[in-house]
Design a protein around this ligand. Structure first.
Ligand code: PHE
Length: 356
């Protein structure tokens, strides 16, 4: 069987010399493929005499196994070499600085809403919500705002469209957060302590007015709630919010839904055109408030002979402007990235007023 030695030498040499997976596969087919040289020789075994076969059989099988292992070993070597090549080409410098990713900021309105919510939560107020599209009953009637009240006039209120022939009074975009007073009373009854931050809408637009802005409503009802409680709650709130003792001044006012009513000013001073809250002898009007009108309690399903409460409504945007020195209200809603980057808060560096 000299032929076998020749084949062995020939294929081992070809295997060693195969430069890649494709060449190696060619060698495999030539030797061990269906019509490969060694396969054909094995087929010849059938024609041999038993004696011849006893010699040729094991020799051919040995050759086949040897070539097979050599093929496999070479394949592993080639794969390793290819991987080495790739790793060299794909070399990565892990010491390079990372690529900066643009990061958004938290809008001052979101930030201030969060701050207010946290302060009132510490005083036992829960957050209540209501729809921005309201019926005129919740926005006006239930709050004792008579049909002829100026707040109902077209120039203040956005009315929703009604289909022709639909004669129900139109829904409105709520003009204040006060309708949430009614909804919260209906939902929870008395006693109750809630705040309701949210969007409100009025047809108004100048440096200090936008057609959409934010208010936070507050309401506390119990057996013996008084104006004194209101004053304490508000002073606690302003002091926590501005981080300095803030005095308040109550001025008699009028709202249909409160009796008596008061507008509340906070103490401030102007130094070189800069506003400082909590010092000096100036006053700045920041909210409307009062004792809830009996008719409003009734509209919320609460007996005014048993319960009484205070309510207040305050502009969130205004609060943000005062605390963070933001001059123009309109910019709040223009989505100018430069403004947002300047006045926005990083998610991790935002000041928090949560009790520690
Ligand atoms: N709803 C009033 C406004 O929008 C504010 C207010 C709320 C006044 C609650 C008194 C009580 O101006």
């Amino acid at each position: 069987m000299d032929g076998i030695q020749d084949l062995r030498a020939k294929y081992l040499e070809q295997i060693a010399g195969a430069a890649g997976a494709e060449a190696l596969e060619g060698v495999r087919l030539a030797a061990l493929g269906k019509k490969g040289e060694i396969s054909l020789m094995m087929r010849e075994l059938g024609k041999m005499t038993p004696d011849e076969r006893q010699v040729a059989g094991p020799a051919l099988n040995g050759l086949k196994d040897e070539i097979d292992s050599a093929l496999k070993a070479r394949k592993v070597a080639l794969d390793d070499a290819a991987l080495d090549e790739r790793l060299k080409a794909e070399w990565l410098d892990v010491t390079l600085p990372g690529r900066p990713r643009p990061r958004g900021t938290i809008h001052p309105v979101s930030q201030v809403t969060e701050e207010c919510t946290a302060i009132f939560a510490d005083m036992g107020f829960r957050v209540a919500e209501g729809p921005q599209i309201e019926t005129d009953w919740y926005n006006f009637d239930a709050l004792n705002i008579a049909p002829e009240h100026p707040a109902r006039q077209e120039h203040d209120t956005f009315f929703m469209h009604r289909a022709a022939g639909d004669n129900r009074p139109p829904h409105v975009l709520r003009t204040h957060t006060s309708p949430v007073q009614i909804r919260a009373m209906q939902d929870q009854g008395a006693p109750i302590r809630v705040i309701a931050p949210g969007r409100v809408y009025r047809m108004d637009m100048d440096q200090t007015h936008a057609p959409m802005f934010h208010q936070i409503e507050g309401m506390a009802i119990d057996r013996d709630i008084s104006m004194a409680n209101l004053k304490w709650v508000l002073e606690e709130f302003f002091t926590a919010y501005f981080g300095t003792k803030v005095k308040t001044r109550f001025r008699a006012s009028h709202f249909p839904f409160t009796e008596p009513s008061a507008e509340v000013d906070i103490q401030c001073s102007w130094v070189n055109g800069q506003l400082r809250v909590g010092e000096g002898d100036g006053w700045l009007e920041v909210l409307g408030s009062g004792m809830m009108h009996p008719k409003v309690l009734q509209a919320g399903g609460i007996d005014p002979d048993q319960w009484q409460g205070f309510a207040f409504g305050m502009g969130i945007d205004r609060m943000a402007m005062l605390k963070y020195g933001i001059p123009d209200l309109r910019a709040f809603f223009e989505s100018d990235l430069r403004w947002l980057r300047h006045y926005g808060f990083g998610a991790l560096e935002a000041p928090t007023v949560h009790a520690g």
